[in-house]
Design a protein around this ligand. Structure first.
Ligand code: TMP
Length: 233
């Protein structure tokens, strides 16, 4: 079940209706998130499920402009942590209402490349904005519907940075990617703390394993949520 069905038998994380299925991916830079998302989209599409893929910040015209400001503009370099938090939240508020909620209400599977845990961790833990402020802004922006499952790709921060620096030979680093190692260590700690608080939602995956093994673990988890038939997992 789960394919076109409008209700899933998973525990509800929200007070609103639980149609569709909402998956988010989290992890620090260099953890292999994009590879896993690509593989999952391919595998769900092959099973006839046509997921809706979005990214944060971004995913809407407004959100993509905010992404440009946050990550690639010269003006973005003068952002205060508070303004940065509100811009990530603004992008999310737009994405949730313009794309995610309508897709879920239509019974679709939505995959988000990052969601509110990124704000909890990057702005809350790494930029040290008080957790209570981040939580209430997150709640305001995201509304009631949290991801049904979040895959956290976890690996040692030094190794993740080395992977990233390798890639940077080809691409100019964005503003966040210029942060020092200590920032990414805080990000990792923050993510693991989120997973410890919400073990039912956040599944931690060892990002140093071969990509195919990680993809298998993801498919198995989704099969256990009846997202697609076990024989295609
Ligand atoms: P990415 O999409 O290439 O991973 O880049 C997004 C960057 O923005 C990444 O450095 C994480 C950061 N970020 C935050 O700091 N807070 C947020 O709420 C989100 C969604 C992303």
């Amino acid at each position: 079940r789960g394919l076109g069905s409008s209700k899933l038998s998973i525990p509800s994380m929200s007070e609103t209706s639980q149609t569709g299925f909402f998956i988010s991916f989290e992890g620090s830079e260099g953890c292999g998130k994009s590879t896993q998302i690509r593989q999952l989209v391919a595998s769900l599409s092959a099973a006839g499920l046509e997921p809706v893929l979005v990214r944060e910040p971004g995913g809407t015209p407004v959100g993509e402009s905010i992404r440009q400001l946050l990550q690639h503009s010269d003006e973005g370099r003068s952002l205060t942590p508070e303004a940065e938090l509100l811009l990530f939240a603004a992008s999310r508020a737009q994405l949730v209402r313009e794309v995610i909620q309508p897709a879920l209400l239509a019974g679709r599977i939505v995959i988000s490349d990052r969601f509110l845990d990124s704000t909890t961790v990057y702005q809350g833990v790494a930029r040290k904005i008080p957790a209570g402020c981040v939580e209430s802004i997150n709640r305001f922006a995201a509304g009631d519907r949290l991801p049904d499952v979040t895959f956290l790709l976890d690996m040692d921060s030094t190794e993740a940075m080395n992977r990233l620096r390798g890639r940077e030979a080809a691409a100019r680093p964005d503003r966040m990617e210029e942060e020092p190692l200590a920032f990414y260590e805080a990000v990792r700690r923050g993510y693991l703390a989120c997973a410890a608080r919400e073990p039912g939602r956040i599944r931690v995956l060892d990002a140093t394993l071969p990509a195919e093994e990680i993809a298998d673990a993801i498919r198995q988890t989704l099969a256990s949520h009846a997202i697609y038939p076990r024989n295609s997992a």
